[in-house]
Design a protein around this ligand. Sequence first.
Ligand SMILES: [Zn+2]
Length: 529
Amino acid sequence: MRTLWTNGTIYTMKKEGDTVEAVLVEGDKILACGNRAEIEQQYEIDQVQDLNGAVMYPGFVDSHLHMIGHGEKLMRLDLSDIHSAEEMRTTLKEKVYSTPLNEWIIGDGWNENNFVDRKIFHRFELDEIAPHHPMMLTRICRHALLANSKALQLAGITNETPDPPGGVIVRDSNGSPTGYLLDKAQDLVKNAIPQVTEEYLDRALKTSIEDLTKHGIVGGHSEDLNYYGGFLRTYQTFLNVVNEDQLKFKANLLVHHEVVEDMHGHGYSVGASNGYVELGSMKIFADGALGGRTAYLSKPYNDMPETYGVAIHSLTELKELVKKARTYKMPVAIHTIGDLALEFALYAVEEHPPPEGLRDRFVHGQVVRPDLIERLKKVPVIIDIQPHFVASDFPWVIERLGEERMQYSFAWKTLLNEGIPCASGSDAPIETADPLATIYAAVMRKKVGDQHEGFYPEQKLTPYEAVELYTKGSAYAIGKENEMGHIDNGYSADFTVLSEDLFRINPESIPQVKVLKTVVNNTVVYSAE
Ligand SMILES: [Zn+2]
């Protein structure tokens, strides 16, 4: 079966501005591309996909997100759009009224930086809203949560409970927990929530993928395997939902180091794949995030000089974890937001390099330093950036880090100019999964509608660079640059078809561009019609 895609603008992404008239697909791979008349002369064609003047790119792949979490967010109470403590109170009350007694109330994405008074609720205030329901409200960064008294009680947290390693139970002047839990302390409450059912997981993943394909995404590098009751159950969810017969989507799954043994115990290893779902790098967290001041910095926080943030592992532990990955022949994906976390990660991969031909990834890379850039150049590592954090974290992050550090923070253009390979993604559900919103943030460095020239405009990417990171960048991150990320002979027939040309329109109108078709292995998985 041969399909000819033609009658639009088709960007190959081989080099800037490169287009072809037609792409011929056989099965799920590109057989030929170039001049339409020549292809028609040379090959038998079974069907034509008429682009009707639309613009086709290689399929966009999100290089870092949490797919099940994204689906859960779509199914759960979303607090990310709330702009005052009063609004949050009203929204929570409504949810309480509609939830059976004793059932957990779970909300995601609140951000006190969006409130005029920057209010963080105390558990007593949450108790007034929900006296009979356990309540857990995750902060936008996922590195902190709020719990009411009922939830703390179920989690067994009392005045006497010590801070767990890598976490903080915030307390008032009497030593009583306020309900605010940071990093690893969150697990105390999360572990008290009854385990989700397999049916729920399938529904969450399906909801997620339907939303992603609607946004033009053909694949994603996703981190989920440690959060839903073990490796096998979560992996099975992916196999149930994503396959040739059900739903086509290219998923590369990061394997949290705590489930690596679990995975091998069930006979799976890195690279295992059913053609759509494959197992990728070992995920390690080196630090937290800037929102909760848990990103690990070499110099203290500008707005709280007594803290440097939190290292999730000591340097020795981090090196041990990387060494463990190597015994399983796995590359690593290390979450590093602060510069000291990045430095720790560098020490670890310098001492224990990946197996020949594989690449490690550092996820986020929000705060770097010139000396670290020099070291990054010498190791086979890519940085997974999420440009939408610029829209969400500015301007408050400037006060948090201090002007001086900003030149090398969220400095995507500097990384590219220095030749550091990068890939782009969303970190959904923390940020929006919409690639057009992410591309806009990379190009404009501001929120949609803001009337200024962008935060640190010298760090703006061109639209071409921003799309490169979503296509070639994501392919390179998993060593598939010869199979995906371009439109060329032998490459996967994965396409994102848009209503407008991202490289020619005024960047201000990028968020209004429509996704017309999303194509995975030559199958149209989403169509706007
Ligand atoms: Zn993440």
